[in-house]
Write a protein that binds this ligand. Structure first.
Ligand code: SF4
Length: 897
């Protein structure tokens, strides 16, 4: 610790602190117009001048030395600071310092007694209002560079620069031209850091930043991706005025992305459902809640009467809260009497749950992201976090720019790949061979941890025997990855002191996705880089939807109860039955694809779908629609009349994540609170209220009347959650599970003593490489990979209803220039994509991000039909669809209608 005096007050600070830290610790407030704690200090504006042992220095860049005497209050030094602020303000028009301006500069002027009428000499420089979320008023720019540093150092986009000379220096997009046409990804970092209001968000949120903690802001957790950013919602006139990144957010630390930060326009969309709809005479017509709930209850009774409890099923929601998921599965199990409940992790990370459980014993990542981020080698596989998990992508990029080696394995040249030390581009569907190739090198070159393998792992002999068949040269033939690159990547991972593996859906959404997870998990086991050994940070899945981890944790799965007790395990059932007072069915229920199959075959007679647009997001969507049409009762909880809702018999309008209370679990197993900032529109209710209402209408009482009660009850069913409560999360912010006791912290790092497998050991997998379900042929010569684009999310139901639509207006098909020539496709022109299953219409985007023979698109625009292309091939262990490998052909078309 460093001890020094500030204005006569003794302060103690950790090593590396600055005089600004010291001044703040002593309670002094200094203007800091070029400084933001999230950025490297610049020391250029001189507004934080102090006297240190008689010298005049900028506090933000001056190290705190032991014994220094700092003066922040003397007349002379205050005058120096006032002059520095006044000089900066003098170049700006008076509106920069208006009384109602919340900017740092205006505040500094007011506190220093600087008169706004003194300012305003500079000639006007104009504005840029081309972007839906970021407006630039050049006249207010003081060229402090905070926005430029935020864009480069925190976001890693490098979209901004300072142009001009001297007093004419001003921020501008690095590409020149309007902001809307720049590389900006609208993370909002520049808006949040700008000290003058030169860069602002238009509308009622103009000028609001995360700088001041304001008690009337509502702290919640982002409802888009699984990163779990903490956000502060500002409400004006009962509407969301701004969503600001929380500077003390445990994962995001004052950052966010275009979705969480800006994409809330959907809340007030005229298309929001505000009253229930019931199908009458073949047409969905408005109904009261009492009528709609009565129809649902009667339909459920009829289904059970006709086919027994297993004629009913529910698809719960990875978008919904933990408490809602808990209640849905409890309703199905205890009121209906079936285990037919599943959630969309079936379509994304079910192989993670199965694979990580088989390898280590628990269905989540092995380490906290805070640890992963300190790794000296990052192996990122089958993921594009820069677009799909932007805040994690930004933090990984920061780590790589700070010197960690980076290996990226993905068929596409994804954002992080551009900064990678080694880029591996395996053919889609060949992951298992690639992972075995890497493992072969680790074993062959003795880059393994023999003590760890002897003491804490099992399966080495079988794996070693198998790896003999996977030398890099053979793996190169299967994957298309050069053998030397496999060796280089394995050596970087194998020789690192603290390596970490992160992966995404490019590993799981395959015919052999669970094998992919397990054989990837072989690498940290071989290396002894898992289980709190201090030699690395295991393996972490980047979860897709905001609460896909939590939906599964809560037991919205056909074979697993809350906390992952198996329904076939009498002990797990006993525990749940003791709490619920009702029997739990002992046989696993239907998975989502099996639900559709049962509906088509007439075995399933009632399907309740909560917040999922399965007609847009599930594979082979034509067959999904057939299933819904064949099912006598389809109930859909939704925000909008989605493609799925159009097939429903009852549509129930529900609240979104900004309109409800509860908790989510993020990708590294942290529980965080979700809080209602605004009321849902019309008569819309939360899913929590809806499940209660349906249960009541069927004559049942589910208990746990509030979300807080539901989480508390879940803790009694599942010991791993017993230490969690809303009250604790309100106090502590985020708590990871396992958390078996209220007086113990959650376990951020798993398996420090032993693995949670039956024998306490990590299990190596010797699964051989097997080819994907689809291969290209003469009729369908291209391989289609699907994924996400940065501005949109999933089926796009929320992001297409607001400014994000202006950032990315429609679906595009990425293809290589050689393929564009071969198939007569022009960049920007409409194309038809055919597979063995369906057809999609997209706009071609020609570029070298993909290898020849591969194409890529997202499914954010359901009308374009992307998921009619994908097949019913699915992971052989978990039924997770093979979204990442579909054989297609492409042809130009005259019209994009
Ligand atoms: Fe929300 Fe994910 Fe963006 Fe964070 S990174 S703001 S959690 S969508």
């Amino acid at each position: 610790m460093t001890r020094l005096q500030v204005d006569g007050v003794t302060v103690e600070l950790p090593a590396g602190a600055t005089l600004l830290d010291a001044a703040r610790a002593a309670g002094a407030e200094l203007p800091t117009l070029c400084h933001d704690d999230r950025l490297r200090p610049a020391g250029s504006c001189r507004t934080c001048l102090v006297h240190a042992d008689g010298r005049t220095v900028a506090a933000c860049v001056t190290p705190a030395e032991p014994g220094t005497a700092v003066d922040t209050v003397g007349e002379e030094v205050r005058e120096l600071r006032r002059d520095a602020v006044a000089l900066i303000a003098s170049a700006l028009p008076p509106r920069a310092l208006a009384d109602d301006s919340p900017s740092e500069l205006a505040e500094a002027c007011h506190e220093s007694g600087i008169d706004p009428t003194d300012s305003g000499a500079a000639p006007p420089r104009g504005s840029d209002e081309s972007h839906p979320y970021v407006h630039l008023d050049r006249d207010l720019c003081i060229a402090c560079g905070r926005c430029v540093r935020m864009c480069a150092d925190v976001q890693g986009t490098f979209a901004l620069t300072l142009t001009g000379r001297g007093a004419d220096t001003v921020v501008a997009p690095g590409t020149g031209g309007p902001w809307a046409a720049s590389d900006c990804v609208a993370c909002g970092g520049c808006v949040d850091t700008c000290p003058t209001g030169a860069i602002t968000q238009p509308g009622p949120g103009r000028g609001l930043t995360s700088r001041r903690a304001d008690p009337d802001r509502v702290r919640t957790t982002c409802g888009y991706c699984g990163v779990g950013c903490a956000l502060d919602v500002v409400v004006r006139d009962e509407r969301v005025a701004a969503v600001l990144p929380a500077r003390d957010g445990p994962v995001n630390r004052g950052h966010a992305c275009v979705k969480g930060r800006f994409s809330y326009g959907y809340l007030t969309s005229a298309e929001r459902l505000t009253e229930p709809l019931v199908r009458r005479g073949g047409v969905l017509t408005p109904a009261s809640w009492d009528e709609a709930i009565a129809v649902v209850a009667e339909g459920l009774r009829a289904a059970v009467g006709h086919g027994g409890p297993d004629a009913v099923a529910a698809i719960s929601s990875a978008r919904a809260t933990n408490e809602e998921n808990y209640l849905v599965q409890k309703f199905l199990r205890t009121v209906i009497g079936t285990n037919n409940v599943d959630n969309c992790s079936r379509l994304c990370h079910a192989p993670s749950a199965a694979g990580l459980t088989a390898s280590f014993g628990r269905a989540g990542g092995t380490d906290s992201f805070d640890d992963v981020e300190t790794a000296d080698c990052l192996l990122v596989v089958g993921a594009n976090p820069v677009e799909a998990h932007p805040v994690v992508g930004a933090r990984l990029l920061q780590r790589a720019l700070a010197g960690a080696t980076l290996v990226v394995a993905d068929p596409r040249n994804v954002g992080l790949a551009r900064h990678a030390d080694v880029r591996l581009r395996p053919r889609p569907g060949t992951n298992v061979a690639l992972f075995h190739g890497l493992a072969h090198v680790l074993v062959d070159e003795r880059l393994v941890d023999p003590d760890f393998l002897r003491d804490r792992a099992t399966g080495l002999d079988e794996l070693t025997e198998l790896l003999a068949d996977y030398p890099p040269e053979r793996v190169a033939g299967i994957t298309g990855v050069p053998a030397d690159d496999i060796r280089r990547a394995a050596r970087l991972y194998g020789r690192a002191e603290r390596p970490a593996v992160l992966y995404g859906l490019g590993v799981t959404e395959h015919l052999h996705g669970t094998d992919g997870v397990r054989t990837l998990a072989n690498l940290p086991i071989l290396r002894g880089a898992v289980g709190g050994t201090g030699h690395g940070f295991g393996i972490s899945p980047l979860r897709g939807q905001n609460n896909v981890q939590g939906a599964s944790d809560m037991g919205a799965l056909p074979d697993l109860l809350p906390g992952y007790g198996h329904v076939t395990d009498p002990e797990a059932r006993d525990r749940a039955e003791a709490v619920w007072g009702r029997p739990v069915p002992p046989t696993p229920g239907l998975r989502i694809p099996e639900m559709f199959e049962a509906a088509r075959e007439g075995r399933l007679r009632a399907l309740w779908i909560i917040g999922e647009d399965v007609c847009a997001t599930d594979p082979d969507s034509r067959r999904v629609a057939e299933a819904l049409d064949a099912c006598p009762l389809v109930v859909v909880d939704e925000l909008f009349l989605s493609g799925t809702a159009r097939h429903a018999d009852v549509v129930l309008p529900v609240a979104s994540w900004l309109e409800k209370d509860g908790t989510f679990v993020n990708f590294d197993r942290r529980f965080q609170r979700v809080r209602a900032a605004v009321r849902p529109p019309g008569t819309a209710r939360t899913d929590f209220e809806v499940v209660h209402a349906v249960a009541t209408a069927t004559g049942a009482d589910l208990g746990c009347p509030t979300p807080a009660d539901a989480l508390a009850e879940c803790g009694r069913v599942a010991p791993v959650f017993a230490g969690l409560s809303h009250a604790r999360l309100d106090r502590e912010g985020a708590v990871p599970w396992p958390c078996p006791s209220p007086d113990r912290p959650g376990e951020a790092t798993l398996y420090a003593r032993e693995f949670a497998t039956p024998d306490g050991r990590a299990h190596l997998s010797a699964a051989p490489y097997l080819p994907p379900g689809e291969e290209p042929d003469a009729d369908y010569p291209l391989l289609l990979v699907t994924g996400r684009r940065w501005a949109h999310y999933n089926s796009g139901s929320m992001t297409r209803r607001g400014g994000n639509l202006l950032l990315d207006t429609r679906g595009r098909l990425d293809l290589h220039p050689e393929d564009a020539v071969r198939y007569g496709v022009r960049d920007g022109a409409p194309v038809v994509v055919d597979s063995r299953h369906g057809q999609a219409r997209l706009i071609a985007r020609v570029g070298a991000d993909l290898a020849p023979g591969q194409v890529f698109c997202a499914f954010h625009f359901p009308d374009e039909g992307v998921n009619s292309l994908t097949s019913e091939h699915a992971d052989t262990v978990t039924s997770c669809p093979e979204y990442k490998v579909t054989a297609v052909r492409v042809r130009p078309t005259a019209s994009d209608d």
